[in-house]
Design a protein around this ligand. Structure first.
Ligand code: ZN
Length: 259
């Protein structure tokens, strides 16, 4: 019998500005170049696995590679990761949606804020979105504490919030840094726990993780498992999760739930 559990595999497609967070300079051309090389590596994984996912992209990145994003939009959902990864103004919400709709000739329904920044859901409603996925409902020291927020899908001011998945007990995060740093079998175990408990699993990564980042002076926990090593790990996870559920886009998931 085919499982009804849904796997929402998502990626934040963006200019690679992460070194700036650690005071390491990187110019915008190189940021774009690393983002594009990462997307090439990711594209190969998605093609060989033949799965559907959701790509949250900055409008800035999409404007640099419009035909690529259009091509990806035929197999995957394109959603917004705002306009620029390094700066934000309220009007970027609507403007990024319009740019992405223009590039893909499709409606854009979802938004994820860079670095999971807090966002007022009424702003998203106003900017024409259906859902938000900017909440990691756990505590990340020095970043955010969302332990008081629901850990699975909820409504907020007419916006559907799809938090990224954390374990049912102790809210152990399943985000990209966990996947990199946890032993594979442990990560897989809690991912499947989440999937069975909630009926869906929402996890996220970045294309640039799938290229070698060793040359950058960024923390070891970010670059230690990158490139091919991480590609092998993700392929293994996708293959294992195929036994547990179907991979679908965020928006199709909401459609199927009748939300
Ligand atoms: Zn991002």
């Amino acid at each position: 019998m085919k499982s009804i559990n849904k796997i929402l595999l998502t990626f934040d497609v963006e200019e690679f500005d992460l070194p700036l967070e650690y005071g390491v300079p990187i110019n915008s051309e190189e940021q774009m170049d690393i983002g594009k090389k990462g997307l090439d590596a990711l594209h190969e994984i998605l093609e060989s696995q033949n799965i559907q996912c959701t790509l949250f992209t900055t409008a800035n990145f999409a404007k640099h590679f419009p035909s690529y994003i259009f091509q990806l939009s035929k197999s995957h959902e394109i959603a917004s990761h705002t306009f620029y990864h390094s700066s934000f103004k309220k009007e970027d919400l609507k403007n990024s949606r319009l740019v992405l709709e223009n590039i893909t000739s499709k409606n854009i329904y979802g938004l994820r804020m860079p670095r999971m920044k807090k966002i007022d859901p009424s702003w998203l409603k106003e900017a024409g979105y259906r859902y938000d996925s900017s909440v990691n409902p756990t505590w990340i020291p020095g970043k955010y504490n969302n332990l008081s927020l629901p850990r699975s899908l909820y409504h907020q001011k007419e916006i559907i919030e799809i938090p990224v998945s954390v374990s049912p007990n102790f809210r152990i995060p399943l985000f990209w840094l966990s996947f990199k740093n946890f032993p594979y079998t442990y990560y897989k175990k809690i991912a499947i726990q989440c999937l069975r408990k909630d009926g869906y699993l929402c996890i996220y990564f970045h294309p640039w993780e799938f290229i070698d980042l060793k040359q950058y002076k960024i923390p070891a926990m970010i670059k230690r498992k990158s490139g091919n090593e991480l590609t092998v790990k993700l392929n293994r996870l996708i293959s294992d999760l195929k036994n547990e559920g179907d991979f679908i886009s965020m928006n199709s998931f909401l459609d199927q739930k009748g939300l």
